[in-house]
Design a protein around this ligand. Structure first.
Ligand SMILES: [Zn+2]
Length: 217
């Protein structure tokens, strides 16, 4: 479902970007801005901005990365950790951890950011990393900070017959990791479309989880 409210928001012309690296968390900030701010000191240790992985795992093509399902419930053995001051998760289940951590510092405690990290934990990548992303978004590499270009890698994802979703809580915003205040991500169909402004997960986000874990939809 794409609500009328979200549609009208998306049709607005893009605002001038604020400095995304500041010291104040604001509920109106995008998920990617919150993550970039919280992870500014550890981003180099991440495969992507908030993904902790060795880069070889791809949960959507890895059966052991899926969480077990008993009856109609999927069990996620997670240790929500606030001992770190960042927002990050592994992609899917990591079998060699008895207690898999997911970091949610106070700076990450917005609905969208918590859902974003949980979707990573369930096995999902960023929306702009989908295998079909080049049909839907343009990545402006010339505007990306040189040491942040790894955040725009495309992966071989199983998209579970769901459409590319600009309203996904996994979609980063237009100026993510910009070096020059120019956009780094734009919609191919509408370059003025505001991306990454979801305040909560979309129906497609939930549909993917249900399809991946074979839950009734
Ligand atoms: Zn993320």
């Amino acid at each position: 479902m794409v609500g009328a409210c979200r549609c009208s928001s998306h049709s607005a012309p893009p605002a001038r970007p604020d400095d995304v690296i500041d010291d104040v968390t604001d509920d109106n900030e995008s998920v990617s801005d919150i993550i970039a701010k919280a992870n500014k000191d550890i981003e180099s240790a991440m495969t992507e901005g908030d993904v902790k992985s060795d880069g070889r795992r791809n949960a959507l093509h890895c059966s052991s990365c899926k969480w077990p399902k008993y009856g109609k419930y999927v069990s996620i053995y997670y240790h929500f950790s606030n001992k770190y001051s960042e927002c990050w998760s592994y992609i899917g289940r990591v079998l060699y951890y008895r207690r898999q951590s997911l970091s949610l510092s106070s700076a990450c405690l917005t609905t969208a950011t918590v859902q974003h990290e949980l979707f990573h934990a369930l096995g999902f990548t960023h929306e702009h990393s989908r295998s079909d992303r080049d049909d839907h978004v343009t990545v402006h590499y010339e505007n990306i900070l040189p040491d942040k270009k790894h955040n725009f890698k495309k992966y071989r994802t199983n998209n579970l017959y769901t459409p590319y979703d600009f309203d996904s809580v996994m979609q980063y915003q237009n100026w993510a990791w910009t070096s020059n205040r120019e956009m780094t991500l734009t919609s191919k169909e509408n370059p003025k479309l505001m991306l990454g402004i979801a305040k909560s997960a979309s129906d497609n986000d939930f549909l993917r989880v249900n399809r991946y874990y074979k839950c009734p939809v």
